[in-house]
Design a protein. Structure first.
Length: 268
C-alpha cells in the first residue's frame, strides 16, 4: 500500500528538489562557460594571448606554483585581508557603541562619516604611502579605509533601530546603559553584524588589492599589476580568478557561521 506523504514531508521534499536543481544549474553554467571559453580560444574566435584559456591557466598555475611561490603570494593577500577585516569589525563596534551612548557625538560626527564614506578610497592610498611607506601597514589601512566608515554607519543605524520598548523595560527594572547595551542592543544586532561582515570581507579584499597595486612587492595585487605591465595576461587572469575563489570562500565561511549561530539560538 502506497504511503501518503504529509504536508511537511511534501514541503521538505520540494525544498530538497529546489536545492538540488539550483546546485545542478550552478555547476552546469560553470562547466558551460569554461567549455565555451576553451573552444573559443582554441578556434581563434577570441585572442588567447589577451583572454587566455582554461588550459593555459592550468599551465600558468603550475608554473607559478613551481617558480613564483604562488602560495606565498596568496598567503600575503589573505593575511592582509583578514587583519584589515578584523580591525574593521573591532573599530566599527567601538565607534558604534560610542555613537550610541552619546547622541550629541553622533550628531556632530554624522556629516563627517558620510563625507569619509563617500570619498574614493583609492585617493587615500598615495597619502598612506607618503605617511607610512610602502609596507604591509599601508596595505592593511587601505583595506580598512574601504569598509570601515560604511560599517560604522550601518552598525550604528542597527543600534538605534532596536525596539525602544525593550530598552525602556531595562531602565524600568533599574538597569543601566551598560545593561541595555549588552542585554538588548548587541544581541539584537548580531544578525545585522553578520550581514555587515559578509559585505566587509569583500570590501577589505578590494582595498587590500588597491593597496598592493600601489605599495606592494608581493601578493596577488602585485602579480596583477606586474603581469599587466609585462603583458603576462595569464598571470593577471589567474590572479583575478584566485581572488574570486577567495572572496567566495570567505563569504561561504561567514554564511556557515551565521547558520550555526541561528541553529544554536533556536535550540536555546
Amino acid at each position: 500500500m502506497k504511503k501518503t506523504l504529509s504536508a511537511q514531508e511534501l514541503y521538505l521534499k520540494s525544498v530538497r528538489h529546489t536545492n538540488h536543481a539550483v546546485l545542478f544549474w550552478r555547476i552546469f553554467l560553470g562547466i558551460l562557460f569554461i567549455s565555451a571559453w576553451e573552444l573559443c580560444a582554441g578556434y581563434k574566435i577570441i585572442d588567447s594571448f589577451i583572454f587566455s584559456s582554461p588550459s593555459k591557466l592550468i599551465r600558468c598555475l603550475n608554473d607559478l606554483l613551481l617558480h613564483q611561490n604562488l602560495t606565498w603570494q596568496i598567503g600575503i593577500t589573505l593575511f592582509e585581508t583578514l587583519v584589515s577585516f578584523f580591525l574593521v569589525i573591532a573599530v566599527s563596534l567601538i565607534f558604534s557603541i560610542l555613537l550610541w551612548r552619546s547622541r550629541s557625538l553622533s550628531r556632530i560626527l554624522e556629516p563627517y562619516m558620510v563625507m569619509l564614506n563617500s570619498l574614493p578610497k583609492s585617493a587615500l592610498a598615495p597619502l598612506l604611502i607618503v605617511w607610512l611607506g610602502t609596507n604591509y601597514k599601508t596595505i592593511i589601512l587601505t583595506g580598512m579605509s574601504v569598509a570601515v566608515f560604511g560599517s560604522i554607519m550601518s552598525l550604528y543605524t542597527g543600534f538605534i533601530e532596536v525596539d525602544a520598548e525593550k530598552i525602556k523595560l531595562i531602565y524600568t527594572l533599574n538597569g543601566t546603559k551598560h545593561d541595555a547595551l549588552y542585554k538588548v542592543i548587541l544581541p539584537a544586532n548580531i544578525p545585522n553584524l553578520f550581514s555587515i561582515m559578509k559585505v566587509n570581507i569583500g570590501l577589505c579584499l578590494v582595498g587590500v588589492i588597491i593597496g598592493e597595486f600601489i605599495a606592494a612587492k608581493q601578493g596577488l595585487g602585485y602579480l596583477i599589476i606586474y603581469g599587466s605591465q609585462v603583458f603576462k595576461m595569464d598571470w593577471v587572469i589567474l590572479s583575478i580568478l584566485i581572488l574570486c575563489i577567495i572572496a567566495m570562500g570567505f563569504y561561504l565561511l561567514l554564511d556557515l557561521l551565521e547558520k550555526l549561530y541561528h541553529k544554536n539560538t533556536q535550540r536555546t
